[in-house]
Design a protein around this ligand. Sequence first.
Ligand code: SAH
Length: 348
Amino acid sequence: MISRLCESRSLSLEEYAQLIDGRDAEAAALLAARADAARRQVYGNRVFIRGLIEISNICKNDCLYCGIRRSNAGCARYRLEKDDILSCCEQGYALGFRTFVMQGGEDGYFTDERMADIVRAIKARYPDCAVTLSLGERGYESFARLREAGADRYLLRHETASPAHYARLHPKEMSFERRMRCLQDLKRLGYQVGCGFMVGSPYQTTRDLAADLRFIEEFSPQMVGIGPFIPHAATPFAGRSAGSAELTCYLLSILRLMHPAVLLPATTALGTIDSAGRERGILAGANVVMPNLSPAAVRKKYALYDNKLSDGDESAQGVESLRRRMAAIGYEIVTDRGDHPDTPSTII
Ligand code: SAH
């Protein structure tokens, strides 16, 4: 099955499920070796860095897994203003970052007007940089206005491709169809789009994971973000077990073989669950790392899950140390935008 995945870049739902359930150390090593070869053909040994700016932990949604959900009264809320964000970019630029990712809860303060103004300001000061947004669900017109303002990429994990599983992770007022529609809208508007899911989230079955893989195969995004689910003590999923680094890495290898040119981060959650998670992710086929560029004073407040890393090598200021860690396993952190080779050129 691994050989067939390498050749046709595609498997059926049943086959993905079998590949997951039948895994052992030997299959994982073979997948990782093939994934590494596929990645080297497109990107060599280059690893791209993205500066992650967590602009607000205020959120109107109540996702059951997330530590910044609106019902978590114990969460100390914050929001960055335009000037704070620009100063993060200034520091990030000096450190060699050429992509800025603005991520946040669904905070009504960031209207299209305010957000477009921030995107325009960043693009005016740093025309050689890519701007990525990860601000949750918005309407088509809103995505269009932000794209017009200069946003290049949008990260919106689909979270799960199974409607029944989606309903167990989210409150009733949130909809699977709406999330999927947002992803289609983003693609139509010419964004480089990232989807993704958590590994080992509550109630997730092998079939759900196989459905995620089928969806990603078909949707063919430029980026895919996956990381282990990690419980947060102040959510309904407190005390649940976390997802594993092992399965996350196995899935990273499958994703690399399915889409050889996809931009695939070794995520913070992977680094949190395993101190060698970043390296393990890269060796399995990931080619992106996203250190934290948020101001030190708010970093700990963007607590999606317990013990989330934000200091040391996880911070943008730790990029030199990260560079050494990557070099030690044969990979080179580079300073460029790191666009997908099939970047849409349509500016609407
Ligand atoms: N509001 C934005 C950003 C969400 S935070 C949005 O809706 O897209 C980014 C991602 O963190 C989420 O998409 C989710 O997959 C992940 N995440 C949230 N809680 C988590 C947890 N407890 N463990 C692991 N990952 C989590």
